[in-house]
Design a protein around this ligand. Structure first.
Ligand SMILES: [Zn+2]
Length: 320
């Protein structure tokens, strides 16, 4: 794929994402609460699959650069924009020297409800970080096994979102008393042996709140944790707060499975590879959907030889 092909591919991805409709096989019958970002319900999962509140989107459709018909999205966040035209990111977020080889980091969110899903991530051939939801049945076991296997363990911290979607246990809200932040975070972190970082589950409202982000980063700094901003809103203050607090940080550039089918996942991965080649590195976030797991199990073996892109732990791509 040529470099010039990227914007067109991103635009195509946007149009696909924006046209995404709930599919008829909706298992839970839940009504979409955010029509602009409605996801189909996941494929049939094992009995230990996630609860309904996890089936909501936590991401907003991407908005491309200046291309065709602007979509009326209130909080546009674009994979392309976060890489190519991200306004006013802290200076230390910029790539100062490209590595010899393009680098790619992968983080899988929303883990903890299924042991088999988490174990498949741990067993992938190469570094893939596990972002585990607090107070989930398999959080502690997956964290322990992932650490033992040398995978990065992260707290996938639920944060208040603009769609009013429930966060599940251990969430942070804008009206959480400031003095309560540390207690909630430390309690969530305590379940995850070997945890080394935090990223946000949803959080389009909370990550846009600088006071809240400052509180969170103060805890991250004290606990020697990094922060990965999933960028669920263009207004996010997380990177600024992290930089100010001296917390190693990075931002997600591509969502792997905004659309949950094999072709869409492959297309998103191709975008990420091209970004890595173009910019030296890229950070991809995915979810434990059946299509995503199957794709990674197929795509990661031999990746460096086939694509010229080296998979690295997300900790290798942090700004300090
Ligand atoms: Zn999440």
């Amino acid at each position: 794929m040529s470099l010039r092909g990227i914007p067109a591919l991103l635009v195509l991805g946007l149009l696909v994402a924006c046209s995404e409709q709930p599919e008829p096989e909706t298992a839970s019958g839940q009504a979409p609460e955010q029509p602009a970002a409605t996801h189909p319900v996941a494929e049939a999962e094992p009995a230990e699959g996630p609860p309904d509140w996890l089936l909501h989107p936590e991401t907003l459709p991407a908005l491309p650069e200046p291309e065709p018909e602007p979509e009326p999205e209130p909080e546009p966040v674009t994979d392309a924009a976060s890489v190519e035209s991200a306004p006013a990111m802290p200076a230390d977020d910029q790539v100062t020297a490209l590595p010899d080889r393009p680098l790619l980091a992968i983080v899988i969110d929303d883990l903890g409800h299924s042991y088999t899903q988490g174990r498949r991530i741990i067993d992938l051939p190469g570094p893939v970080a596990l972002a585990i939801l607090p107070q989930t049945p398999f959080a502690r076991r997956l964290a322990r096994e992932a650490s033992a296997a040398g995978q990065i363990v992260m707290l996938h911290q639920p944060m208040e979102n603009g769609a009013g979607l429930p966060l599940g246990p251990g969430g942070l809200y804008r009206d959480t008393p400031i003095e309560g932040y540390a207690d909630i975070l430390l309690s969530n972190l305590a379940e995850l042996p070997g945890v080394s970082g935090i990223n946000n589950h949803m959080g389009s409202l909370l990550t846009a709140d600088r006071v809240a982000m400052d509180q969170l980063m103060a805890v991250a700094q004290r606990e020697n944790l990094f922060f990965l901003d999933s960028r669920t809103t263009a207004e996010t203050q997380a990177a600024f707060a992290a930089a100010a607090a001296g917390v190693p940080h990075a931002s997600r550039q591509v969502f792997l499975d905004h659309v949950r089918d094999a072709d869409a996942v492959a297309d998103s991965f191709a975008v990420a590879l091209e970004l890595a080649r173009q910019q030296g590195r890229a950070i991809v976030v995915g979810h434990p959907h059946a299509a995503t797991l199957a794709f990674l199990e197929r795509a990661l073996p031999g990746l460096a030889a086939r694509e010229g892109v080296t998979l690295v732990p997300v900790t290798a791509l942090l700004a300090h």
